[in-house]
Structure formats: C-alpha cells, structure tokens
Design a binder for this molecule. Structure first.
Ligand SMILES: O=C(CO)COP(=O)(O)O
Length: 247
C-alpha cells in the first residue's frame, strides 16, 4: 500500500502561506508516499493551482452532509471537489468538540464525501479521561462502527487515530499504545469489511514532528500520519514525508 503523509493546517494560513507548497514539493521530490495538505477552505482553490504539476494533493477539513441548500456558512463535498480537493478530513476531534459532531453526523458527511468522489480521512480518538478510565479501545471501536460508512474500502477511506490528549500538546502515546490501537483498528475494520481493510491506510496523529516521525512510522499498522502544527512549514513537514518514504 502507498503510505500517506497528511497535513491539517486547521484555522491557519493566508495567501502568503502558499509559498510553502512549492518549498514542500521541492524538498520531497523523491518521496515514495502520498502527500496531502488540507488548508482552510479559503485556500483550497489557490493551493490546488499552486500544487498543480507537483505530487502534493489538496484536501478539505470538513464538509456538509447535504449536497446543497440553505446551510449558511457550510460547504458541500461537491464544492470541495470543484475547488480542487481530492480528500476531506471528517470527524476531527476539534469538530466533534467545537461543533458537537456525533458519529452519525460524521458518517453522513462521509457518505456525502464518497458520493462526490472525495477520499474521506475519518478521525477517531479517545480523550485523556477515557484513556485513564481504561476505555480507549471501547471508544475507538464505537467511533469506527458509528463513523465509517458501509461499503468503505481502501481506495475511498483513510482512518486517522488521533488521541485528543496528544493533539497540539507535545505529548504522544508510547509506541506500544499506538500499536495497540492500530492493531485493534485493523482487526475491527477487517471483521467488518473483510480483505478490503488490509490496505486501508491507518494514520497516527497527535504531536508528530520530525524528531519522532521515524519511530512512529516503524510501529505496527501505522501507514502514515495526520500532522497539525508540523505541517505548516515545509521545512518540518518535508522531513516527516522523508521519514515516511524511508519507513
Ligand atoms: O490534530 C492533529 C492533526 O489533525 C494533530 O495536531 P498536532 O500535530 O499539532 O498535534
């Protein structure tokens, strides 16, 4: 399977940030993994233009479950596609927390994204309280069951495990903890989707940086990363891409 280094710019970036794309493309010329940047929606079209003729792919950070209509401020999957996105992040913990998105909401958005021909990057992850309570695998299992649509396959769906307590904190799970969750996700998805789940990319996200990327990418069933802060600068993200290419 081709691995995936994905960057989530979150609510960061303006037109002047687009210079990072040329720098990223130049620094990752020999990469053997897929490279994706998900900027804020305002930058998708311009980033897609800047990334044309490079290996860098562009994605959205959310979409609405409906195809069109009276939903002020929202963006449909078809609009993302029209702007040049090929992927969309769904169910990020910040959206689950800030906008009250449920597993059912995420699944409906994932269906809409699939119908529009976007690859869905569906996020799951436990809070610190859930980990402390020993319920991590139960939570991940519930989120996978509720958020991933029927019929999902390796070509249209990527799963990102992002422990909420590791996002933007500089804290990461131990490699054993990452392996435990990723092995569990592979098994859970295989139980549901059969052989198709073997090649479904399972990303780790949460305080990935150049200094820890190599060991994380060597961990069982880790097929790439979803990177926040360290994806904003090509100088950092290119090192993560290089580490993934070498893994
Ligand atoms: O939430 C994340 C990516 O979606 C991870 O963010 P950080 O890499 O900044 O911890």
């Amino acid at each position: 399977m081709r691995k995936l280094a994905a960057g989530n710019w979150k609510m960061n970036g303006t037109a002047d940030s687009l210079t990072e794309i040329a720098a990223l493309a130049a620094a990752t010329g020999g990469a053997t993994c897929d490279i994706l940047i998900c900027p804020p929606a305002t930058l998708i079209a311009a980033m897609a233009a800047a990334a044309k003729d490079t290996a860098v792919m562009v994605g959205g950070q959310d979409c609405h479950a409906k195809a069109s209509g009276a939903h002020t401020g929202d963006i449909s999957a078809a609009m993302l596609k029209d702007a040049g996105a090929g992927h969309v992040i769904l169910g990020h913990s910040e959206r689950r927390a800030d906008h009250g998105e449920t597993d059912a909401d995420v699944r409906a958005k994932a269906d809409a994204a699939g119908a529009a021909g976007l690859i869905r990057v569906i996020c799951v992850g436990e809070t610190e309280a859930e980990r402390d309570a020993g319920t991590t695998l139960k939570i991940i299992g519930r989120q996978l069951a509720g958020s991933v649509p029927d019929g999902a396959g390796a070509a249209d769906t990527v799963i990102a495990y992002e422990p909420v307590w590791a996002i933007g904190t500089g804290r990461t799970p131990t490699l054993n903890q990452i392996a435990e969750v990723h092995d569990f996700m592979r098994q859970t998805l295989t139980d549901r989707f059969g052989a198709k789940a073997k090649d479904m990319r399972l990303l780790y996200g949460g305080s990935v940086k150049p200094s820890n990327a190599g060991e994380i990418f060597a961990t069982s069933n880790v097929d790439g990363a979803l990177v926040g802060g360290a994806s904003l600068k090509a100088a950092d993200f290119s090192q993560i891409v290089t580490a993934l290419s070498a893994a």
